[in-house]
Design a protein around this ligand. Structure first.
Ligand code: G6P
Length: 606
């Protein structure tokens, strides 16, 4: 996974950049590079492969400098190669980037029409070119940087060096984290606290939309509107750096906000944005199976339920989803052409593992979508399909859930193409839609946080809460209810909206909030009928929908509006208000949201 380290230092910079990049190796990467100011000019060294390959290049051709910028790249746009490795260069600019620039193709066409030439396939080079265009027009570095930020969309963290400005590093974050490190007469920029850990423990976490200029004297930080801002400096110990709360009060809050990054990192393993194709990591031929058996527990089970709709709809691949504790003891009848797919954050859950082993013993091929690469499941399965959510500390799963749904959605596209249910053009469209998810997650988080606050107040007074949804939103309703009961100890039930009349409708009264998750998709009208049934019985409805859906909300419903999105990624985007609601209700009730009573993060007993 991409990592960034920038150093405005006093000693030789190259060995320090390499030391930091080594710390970022845990994220996974396929190439690395370093740029530095050498004798008034910008120079760089890059290598495909490991940090030791970059070191070998540096040993041959050293970079003697005190200010530099390093990067580990996990290929998204363009194959792993020296040419596509970062730093990317354009004129007087060298740039490193984590994330995805969604509108890079349009910008590239525009820049080419201006006569500018490109040397890589990366989306990153487009941003370097945009900054250079600004510099050529006579803009000061920070203004050229800001102007470029105004042109790009997507989720990203950036770091830039500008020729002629020896002690300056520019940085920006939107959707991908970035920290500023404060040393003695030295300053640092890093993709996380671990990156700057070898040099300083005094760290500021940038907020969404912030950009920064660092030099020997300190950091000038600006918010998204360009206003100078202060971001608190805090002490972060090296050992804590990997699992750090940053500016957040709880891990749950932090991990909810990690989701654009977690989603993007996961996508990098499944999508080729340039070719517009989706594939299972290490490849898998979906025509060799007739059925998918998803096995999981808790939140991971709900990720499977959500995905079943997408996989069957897109790929026509029959998909069963079952809680592992039931599956393992009921002697299920499974056809030999079934792929057993475990979904698990930890890769250690005893029931899921046992179900997987049962399938293996029956001769089935096994796969696992797992967030912990060193886990037992990762080692035991035939096919390891990772999520890259990073360490999840809060017992309540949030970013691991959306990363699981992300991976399953990408696999659904890959299966659809392999099974000839979609053509190359439709695959490209779906890949483009999925690539928008990190940005939309980030926009959704920003949009719903304040909307959810007054609703959290109401919900925190309730004894029971009902969650309703149809289609993929049924799984999300179950997950929303689980989050609320785990985080706040309020009794909550998730139900298929159409099933409400077969039981839960008896519970409806003005004191029982009914949270309806309804994007404006083809289920919308049906779900609206269920809302009418609730309102007719004096129930209080909280409608979670998008802008188009909000226009049809009944007058007495409270509405939470998320950004409009394609149905393919609606489960990801609609997860955010439900998570934030559970978080805010839990905090307002004084519950220990990170470690609720009786629950464990990894359940290794049956
Ligand atoms: C526990 C956790 C849940 C998690 C479930 C499955 O119950 O508290 O958050 O969803 O286990 O865990 P796994 O690691 O297999 O995803």
């Amino acid at each position: 996974m991409c990592g960034i380290i920038g150093i405005v230092g006093v000693g030789p910079v190259a060995p320090r950049v390499v030391e930091s990049l080594r710390r970022l190796e845990y994220r996974g990467y396929d190439s690395a590079g370093i740029a530095a100011h050498v004798g008034g000019r910008l120079d760089r060294r890059r290598a495909k492969g490991k940090i030791r390959d970059l070191e070998a290049v540096l040993a041959e051709e050293p970079l003697h400098a005190t200010t530099g910028l390093g990067h580990t790249r996990w290929a998204t746009h363009g194959a792993p190669s020296v040419r596509n490795a970062h730093p990317q260069k354009s004129g007087r600019v060298m740039l490193v980037h984590n994330g995805i620039i969604e509108n890079f193709a349009a910008l590239k066409a525009e820049l080419k029409a201006m006569g500018r030439e490109f040397e890589s396939e990366t989306d990153t080079e487009v941003v370097a070119q945009l900054i250079d265009v600004g510099l050529e027009a006579g803009k000061a570095p920070i203004d050229a940087f800001k102007a470029a930020l105004g042109r790009i969309s997507g989720a990203y963290a950036l770091g830039a060096l500008i020729e002629g400005h020896e002690n300056l590093i520019l940085g920006a974050r939107r959707g991908s984290p970035l920290v500023v490190g404060y040393g003695e007469g030295e300053m640092f920029l890093g993709s996380d606290a671990l990156a700057v850990g070898p040099f300083t423990h005094r760290i500021s976490y940038l907020d969404e939309g912030d950009f920064v200029a660092i030099d020997h004297h300190g950091a000038r930080i600006f918010d998204a509107s360009g206003q100078p801002v202060e971001r608190a400096i805090r002490a972060v110990s090296a050992s804590a750096a990997l699992v750090e709360k940053g500016n957040y009060r709880h891990f749950m809050e932090k991990e909810i906000h990690d989701q654009p990054d977690a989603c993007q990192h996961t996508l990098s393993a499944y999508l080729d944005p340039i070719a517009g194709v989706a594939a299972a990591p290490e490849g898998f031929d979906f025509t060799t199976i007739d059925r998918l058996q998803i096995l999981a527990c808790g939140t991971a089970y709900y990720a499977g339920l959500v995905a079943r709709y997408l996989i069957e709809d897109l790929a026509g691949l029959p998909t069963d989803v079952e809680v592992a504790s039931e599956f393992r003891y009921r002697n299920p009848a499974v056809a030999p052409s079934t792929l057993a797919l475990a979904v698990s954050q930890s890769g250690e859950t005893a029931d899921t593992l046992a179900a997987l082993r049962w399938c293996k013993a029956k001769g089935l091929r096994t796969a696992a979508i797992v967030n912990a690469p060193e886990s037992t499941m990762s080692r035991e399965v035939d096919l390891l399909w990772p999520t890259h959510a990073g360490p999840e500390v809060c017992v309540l799963s949030t970013k691991a859930f959306t990363a699981q749904v992300t991976a399953l959605t990408a696999l659904g596209i890959a299966a659809a193409r392999a099974r000839a249910r979609i053509d190359a053009e439709e695959e490209k469209r779906l890949v483009e839609v999925l690539l928008e998810a990190p940005r939309l997650l980030s926009e959704a988080l920003e949009a719903v946080e304040d909307q959810v606050r007054p609703i959290a107040l109401d919900v925190s007074r309730a004894r029971d809460v009902l969650y309703l949804g149809r289609g993929p939103m049924f799984g999300l309703a179950l997950e929303g209810a689980l989050k609320l009961k785990e985080g706040s100890y309020i009794h909550a039930e998730g139900y298929a909206a159409g099933e409400m009349k077969h039981g839960p409708i008896a519970l409806i009264d003005e004191d029982t909030p009914v949270i309806v998750v309804a994007p404006s998709d083809h289920f919308f009208e049906k779900t609206m009928s269920n809302i009418s049934e609730v309102i007719a019985r004096n129930g209080s409805v909280i409608l979670v929908t998008d802008e188009r859906g909000a226009a049809h909300a009944p007058a007495n419903a409270k509405v939470v509006t998320v950004p409009e999105c394609d149905p393919l990624i609606a489960p990801l985007i609609f997860a955010t208000p439900l998570q934030l609601l559970a978080y805010q209700v839990g905090v307002s009730k004084g519950a220990d949201v990170d470690q609720p009573r009786n629950l464990a993060k990894s359940v290794t007993v049956e």
